[in-house]
Write a protein that binds this ligand. Structure first.
Ligand code: MTE
Length: 386
């Protein structure tokens, strides 16, 4: 799963170094900042679509940031991860203790449930960070299996969910709460598949940055980004799902913000198939003729699920052309693709839809929901052909 090329790409952000290559520094371009921020406090930013798909592994600088509060200041020396609840032996684990577990590296795509949210506003006003299509990134995550830590603590019979709680303080009502959530025990104890839950200390072979959860975060492959809790402070093994706001109430598909709707709706875990056209850009003026079109597609977040086909249409969905899938085809990871399209004068849009090996298709349309989650309808790129 991890090959030489992937690992090299992981280091190819602003500084590229490799034993056979002189260190190469690429200076940041002030006209093309690595992220466009929707807000700075808390930090919420996404890269331009063109820079998003420059490489299979997303450089840290171009990796979207989604935070509900300011980054907590954490002292790595005094930092401890607490493990408690339905365990034989509660634990308090330092970063040095974590090094005693087997080190695991895996590649996984992280995507926000609100990716492509702004498209919903065509139907009706939408709440939340107005994400475009770049609240997604693919990284090499290095750390230890969550299951190893839980097995050391000894999970008691009857445990069903594992709560993950951050050390941040999110303003809510009159006070603050930590960001948190939970995952089913089966996902937490998985150590066999590429979808195994990870406690990560590194991203792309570098220590996590403060924005991405230094010194320790969960990475839950196949699940919405919200389950990959950053600045992880506490793990609680329980017989029920977390009572944290971000699992019990937020991150649900509801039509209206009334308490009954929130309580009736189930928590979101796995992300659905999705995809986007990243090049050319929105409303680009293009000469008629052959044009290269590029983007990403994301298979549903389930084991052994890969992208099967990416189809593009320039005639409102009457006919479709297959895109080429780039080499890496991994479950829990996005799939980059490209296609040569013959654009005729008068073409108004390019439409994308993708299918994965579980048989899931991006739907033609997704109904508006109050928080604007799971926009995975056919991606429509308006173009002007001269
Ligand atoms: N963890 C904490 N503690 N606080 C947060 O605000 N945001 C979540 C998740 N983990 C969040 C968190 C959400 S909604 C997403 S999409 C991912 O982190 C984003 O991870 P990134 O900022 O590293 O891209």
């Amino acid at each position: 799963m991890l090959n030489r090329r992937t690992l090299l790409m992981a280091g190819s952000s602003l500084t590229i170094s490799h034993p056979f290559v002189k260190t190469l520094s690429v200076f940041a371009d002030p006209l093309n900042p690595p992220l466009k921020y929707h807000s700075h406090d808390p930090a919420n930013g996404e890269p331009s679509l063109a820079s998003l798909i420059r490489s299979y592994i997303t450089p840290i600088e171009n990796f979207f940031i989604r935070s509900h509060a300011r980054n907590p200041k954490i002292n790595a020396t005094s930092y401890r991860l607490r493990v408690e609840g339905m365990v034989e032996q509660p634990l308090s684990i330092s970063l040095a203790d974590l090094k005693k577990f087997s080190e695991i590296a895996l590649v996984a795509t992280l995507t926000c449930a609100g990716n492509r949210r702004s498209e919903f506003s065509k139907d009706k006003k939408i709440n939340g960070v107005p994400w475009g299509s770049a609240a997604i990134g693919n990284a090499v995550w290095r750390g230890v299996h969550l299951s190893d830590v839980l097995n050391l603590a000894g999970v008691k019979p009857g445990a069903r969910h594992v709560w993950l709680e951050g050390l941040d303080a999110v303003k809510r009502d009159a006070g603050t709460i930590p960001f948190g959530g939970s995952i089913p025990i089966e996902k937490a104890l998985d150590s066999r598949t590429t979808g195994a839950a990870l406690l990560a200390t590194q991203m792309n072979n570098k220590p996590l940055t403060p924005d991405h959860g230094f010194p320790l975060r969960a990475v839950i492959p196949g699940y919405i980004g919200a389950r990959s809790v950053k600045w992880l402070g506490k793990i609680v093994v329980s017989d029920r799902p977390s009572t944290n706001h971000y699992l019990a109430s937020a991150y649900k598909l509801v039509q209206a913000p009334d308490p009954l709707s929130w309580n009736e709706a189930g928590a979101l875990y796995r992300y659905p198939i999705n995809g986007a056209i990243c090049v050319p850009e929105n409303n680009a003026i293009i000469s008629a003729g052959k044009t290269r079109v590029r983007g990403y597609a994301l298979p549903s977040g389930r084991a052994d699920c890969k992208i099967k086909s990416v189809l593009l249409s320039t005639d409102s969905g009457r006919t479709w052309q297959q895109a080429n899938l780039e080499k890496q085809q991994n479950s829990f990871c996005w799939q980059l693709w490209d296609a040569q399209l013959n654009l005729l004068p008068g073409t108004k849009s390019i439409i994308l839809r993708a299918e994965d090996t579980s048989g899931a298709w991006m739907p033609q349309r997704v109904a508006w929901n109050y928080k604007g989650y799971f926009q995975n309808g056919w991606y429509r790129l308006p173009v002007n052909i001269r």
